[in-house]
Design a protein around this ligand. Structure first.
Ligand code: GLA
Length: 662
């Protein structure tokens, strides 16, 4: 199977989405010159070119793409060639309304933006396959081609009648009989029993709360339906060019795709990541997406898109202060990325993203943004031989599963204030601030390689996952779990006792009496800290230790944090410093060490291969002491300078160090 290495060949890919169809061809010449200037070695083309390639049904206009591919090649720039299928041309919707998605209310989602396709539409799939076939046949042998990029950020969903038929087929394959579906969905409730398959529909607009198991299965189905679209195109391009790796870009920590399942179908796992420059913990967010994507890739991965400056889809869109683009780029490389790319090369003058930054912004090549881009390009080419292909070893794993996310984020739950991604982020932030090297893992993956496993929240757990957690602790692992974990089985059926009995035994919970969710902004006092979001009325088993109790309020004196041996249960979301301290305690006992001890706040250290990345996410300069191990002398890989004792990092500064040979 091809891999990212087949595209990098020892380099770090640097470049971005390139949409030359938005520009006259004179500009292309300037583009490739500037790309060379900036050390760009990769351009992703064709992402939204369907109407240009196929202006009317069945027509093919490849001349411009031929000239472009040749031009890129002549300038030593590799081509990541996208199938254009994320944005069907208007003619498709106009002639074939069955290709257009319908929302939950049955309203049509029209053309005029992008991604207006129903993943279940046979017409859409046929046109997508045909254009992919011709594109692949034409460019499979082109010397510029380094990678295939299928579609873009698969994120549509549809509730139309064609989708309903497809959903029924998917359900029939999962359950076999309508009786089994009734059982799994709990349709005895509210007279929802289905008599025949034809009565089953996607969860459309309804009078009141909808069936949660139906909604969960529809999420699963939608992810699978999109994945079918991806694999169909992947198989076409791979047939034409079996040695060229294939990817599709994930949105970061996006709810719509089970990325564990998708990653298995990709040669290269790639992601788009846009930390908010104003967020003081933007570095943690970038780290989390990097950890997650590396774990999906099980090796080097690709930043397919990030922004050189502001995006234009937040309420207020902040530019990146000087140094931040470089810092986040090096941070991704530190966490295993072998490709650092952007949306997009040249900022558009027209269209919905004309105020979204580019590597070459409206201000042009004299801009601060482009100067920083050039610096990053030069540094990545220096870094590549030292790091490309190397792995990142982690002692801690965060468990995450999309199915559990889908199940917990539904109507009719005890609290609407619990947002799964925020809970995961809070736990990852605590690990990040403690400086541990951290992976993400699926709850059914092998965990024995980790010293500590944390479960921010896995409301839905299969029997296999529960057994895996129990075995992990029995085998000497340290497990720290947050609240609302182990509540439901894969059909979203509540486990007897309100939480899986094996997990209650593991954590030392005798009875889980009630959940006491907290209001927005409400805090609950516990020994030494405040809890937020949630609390629980728990009764500890005789052999459990109460590590912290609730103080005051309804739960006064009852356990807030329980442990039984190496298994910890945290029944609230401790404020950040407290979660940090709790995880430091558990990690310390488990033998987990930070990459570097004693770092100033917002300074991060990451080891990749033999390199030590030291990254200052703070807005003030800092001096960072360096370990004296191995003589304490380092070589700054980017400047060649010798470094000893400590290193000074400017605001958003970053250094990459190698221990100097004695
Ligand atoms: C994603 C998409 C791009 C563009 C950017 C804007 O990365 O893939 O096409 O819309 O977002 O941030």
């Amino acid at each position: 199977m091809p891999s990212l290495h087949d595209a990098t060949r020892g380099r770090i890919l640097f470049g971005g989405d390139y949409n030359p169809e938005q520009w006259p061809e004179e500009v292309w010449e300037q583009d490739v010159r500037l790309m060379q200037d900036a050390g760009v070695n990769s351009a992703t083309v064709g992402v939204f070119s369907w109407a240009r390639i196929e202006p009317r049904p069945g027509a093919r206009e490849f001349g411009w793409l031929d000239r472009l591919a040749d031009l890129l090649h002549a300038h030593g720039i590799g081509m990541v060639l996208a199938t254009p299928t994320a944005s069907p041309p208007p003619w498709m919707g106009a002639r074939h309304p069955d290709t257009l998605p319908r929302d939950e209310d049955g309203r049509t989602v029209w053309w005029g933006s992008r991604q207006q396709f129903c993943p279940s539409s046979a017409t859409y799939r046929a046109y997508a396959a045909a254009v992919t076939e011709d594109l692949a046949a034409r460019y499979a042998g082109h010397p510029a081609l380094t990678m295939w990029h299928v579609n873009n950020e698969y994120c549509t969903s549809c509730w139309c009648d064609g989708t309903a038929r497809h959903f029924r087929r998917w359900l029939a394959a999962r359950y076999g009989t309508v009786d089994a579906l009734n059982e799994a969905w709990g349709t005895a409730f509210w007279s929802q029993r289905y008599d025949t398959w034809d009565e089953v529909i996607p969860p459309r607009r309804a009078q009141y709360l909808r069936n949660p198991a139906q909604q969960l299965d529809f999420r699963r189905f939608t992810s699978d339906a999109l994945l079918e679209c991806y694999t169909a195109e992947r198989d076409i391009v791979a047939r034409h060019a079996p040695r060229v790796p294939v990817t599709t870009n994930f949105m970061p920590f996006w709810t719509g795709q089970d990325a564990w399942a998708w990653a298995r179908e990709e040669d290269v796992v790639s992601v788009d990541v846009y930390p908010d420059p104003k967020d003081p913990y933007g570095g943690q967010y970038n780290a989390m997406i990097g950890d997650m994507t590396r774990s999906q890739a099980r090796g080097p991965w690709m930043v397919m898109e990030q922004a050189a400056g502001p995006v234009n889809w937040r309420d207020v869109n902040h530019p990146k202060p000087a140094g931040l683009n470089r810092l986040l780029s090096l941070q991704s490389v530190a966490r295993g990325a072998d490709a650092v790319c952007y949306f997009q090369w040249r900022q558009s003058r027209q269209g919905a993203e004309k105020f979204h930054s580019g590597m070459v912004p409206h201000a042009g090549e004299e801009s601060r943004t482009f100067r920083e881009v050039k610096r990053i390009g030069a540094e990545l080419s220096r870094l590549a031989p030292e790091v490309s292909g190397a792995g990142v070893a982690a002692e801690v794993a965060v468990l995450h599963d999309w199915h559990s996310w889908w199940a917990v984020q539904q109507e009719g739950m005890p609290s609407r204030e619990v947002a799964y991604p925020d809970v995961v982020r809070a736990w990852h932030r605590a690990l990040w601030e403690n400086g541990y090297a951290t992976d993400f893992a699926h709850p059914e993956h092998g965990l024995s390689g980790y010293r500590m496993v944390v479960v921010p929240q896995l409301y839905l757990l299969s029997d296999a996952a529960v057994a895996g957690l129990v075995a992990y602790v029995a085998g000497g692992g340290t497990l720290v779990s947050g609240f609302l974990t182990g509540v439901a089985d894969p059909d979203d059926r509540v486990r007897p006792g309100g939480m899986d009995a094996r997990l209650r035994r593991l954590f030392g919970i005798r009875v889980l009496h009630e959940w006491w969710p907290l209001d927005r902004g409400e805090r609950v006092a516990c020994d030494g800290f405040d809890g937020t979001l949630w609390s629980e009325e728990l009764e500890a088993a005789g052999d459990a230790e109460v590590a912290a109790a609730y103080r005051g309020g309804e739960l006064d004196g009852l356990p807030a944090v329980l442990r039984r041996g190496r298994a910890w249960y945290v029944s609230t979301l401790p404020e950040p410093a407290a979660l940090r301290a709790l995880l430091a305690r558990a990690a310390g006992e488990a033998g987990v060490r930070p990459v570097l001890e004693g770092l100033p706040e917002l300074v991060e250290a990451v080891r990749r291969g033999g390199l030590l990345f030291v990254l200052n996410h703070g807005r003030k300069p800092v001096r960072v002491p360096l370990p004296a191990a191995g003589g304490g002398v380092y070589r700054d890989v980017l400047t060649g300078a010798a470094v000893a004792g400590s290193v000074e990092l400017e605001r958003y500064g970053a250094v990459v160090l190698r221990e100097a040979a004695p």
